[in-house]
Design a protein around this ligand. Structure first.
Ligand SMILES: NC(=O)c1ccc[n+]([C@@H]2O[C@H](COP(=O)([O-])OP(=O)(O)OC[C@H]3O[C@@H](n4cnc5c(N)ncnc54)[C@H](OP(=O)(O)O)[C@@H]3O)[C@@H](O)[C@H]2O)c1
Length: 310
């Protein structure tokens, strides 16, 4: 019997990271370790990970040093899924992983296909991808489309994922006919467990997706499931350009979110077809690699979400 690979997950108390940790645990194929920042060691989520057999190592991605190399000793695969403030700090983590003899590094991507020069956040993530290639560390880059959990806004504004979620959902760009790829967060870990155990994905970009749909189709699902009419607003190409320019001038989270919206609904970057193009990174299609995985649909998610008190 071959020895199980050891995988350390950064961000295992967060949304993507928890899905990844769960996927790895449920696969029974790995020794799963969670890198938890010292300040978070007593969180209930950490107790839950421990109760599922996950080893905890205390590491803060923002303060990587020689002790981090020790924390990574014996680790075969590093998976990074921390928040947007920690993207550039991954460079030191990549160095530590290389020193510790890690075989494969999955940096913090987990978003939507794009090309450089459109979204600053994508470009920042690209700097880390370039660095991993430059120093010759094994890698897999993974994107997932838009989460089902982020596209459908709550009925209650106090439960919004981000402040403009309800307003943004009702905006129609380009007639609402631009295709986008979507994935339920819960499926990310199921796919990730297969991807990192697969020699075909080493040193490749992989695209996970559950379904493709237009804004009109997503709104249609929400209307049918909720039994309401959603009032939409058409945004002209000129208004879209103005929104983008204003957000770029404001910077920060506003820029991240507006550049996403522009990439999704105006440019149409987030499609399966684009992800596979060389200029988008030439992705391997996770659905073609693992046809036995049956991802959750937008309609299934909408029923489970709006069926509760949201
Ligand atoms: N595709 C989509 O629709 C979509 C949507 C949202 C996000 N994303 C992407 O998914 C990725 C992860 O985002 P998320 O929203 O899933 O994350 P999240 O839920 O915000 O969780 C962040 C995680 O990072 C950990 N963390 C923060 N700072 C840290 C540090 N200095 N050292 C170690 N751990 C630290 C947090 O741990 P603590 O417990 O210590 O706080 C938490 O586990 C990002 O790349 C983001 O762009 C994609």
């Amino acid at each position: 019997m071959t020895q199980k690979q050891t995988v350390i997950v950064f961000g295992a108390t967060g949304r993507t990271g928890a899905s990844v940790a769960n996927g790895l645990i449920d696969s029974h194929k790995f020794n799963v370790v969670a890198a938890i920042r010292p300040a978070s060691k007593d969180k209930p989520e950490v107790e839950k990970l421990k109760s599922r057999g996950v080893e905890i190592r205390l590491v803060d991605i923002s303060t990587v040093d020689d002790s981090t190399v020790d924390a990574l000793r014996g680790v075969d695969i590093v998976i990074s899924a921390t928040d947007h403030s920690t993207i550039s700090a991954q460079k030191q983590l990549v160095d530590a992983a290389k020193k510790a003899g890690v075989k494969r590094f999955i940096p913090n991507d987990w978003a939507t296909p794009c090309i450089r020069g459109v979204r600053q956040y994508y470009d920042d993530k690209g700097v880390i991808q370039d660095y991993i290639r430059e120093i010759g560390l094994g890698y897999t880059f993974i994107d997932v489309g838009i989460w089902h959990q982020i596209i459908f806004p709550p009925a209650d504004p106090t439960k919004q994922f981000f402040p403009t979620q309800i307003e943004g959902f009702a905006k129609i760009y380009r007639g609402g006919e631009v295709q986008n790829a979507f994935t339920d967060i819960r499926d990310i870990g199921t796919f990730a467990a297969r991807i990192i155990d697969d020699p075909r994905t080493l040193n490749h970009y992989v695209f996970i997706w559950g379904e493709e749909a237009t804004k009109r189709q997503v709104i249609d699902i929400a209307e049918k499931v909720r039994g309401i009419k959603i009032e939409t607003t058409n945004v002209s190409p000129e208004e879209a350009e103005k929104e983008l320019a204003n957000a770029r001038a404001a910077g920060s989270f506003s820029q991240i979110m507006t550049e996403y919206e522009y990439s999704f609904w105006v440019r149409g970057d987030n499609t399966i077809e684009n992800a596979k193009k060389p200029e988008y990174g030439g992705a391997l299609d996770a659905r073609e690699l693992y046809p036995d995985i049956k991802p959750l649909t937008l309609t299934e998610y909408a029923h489970s979400y709006y069926g509760t008190s949201n």
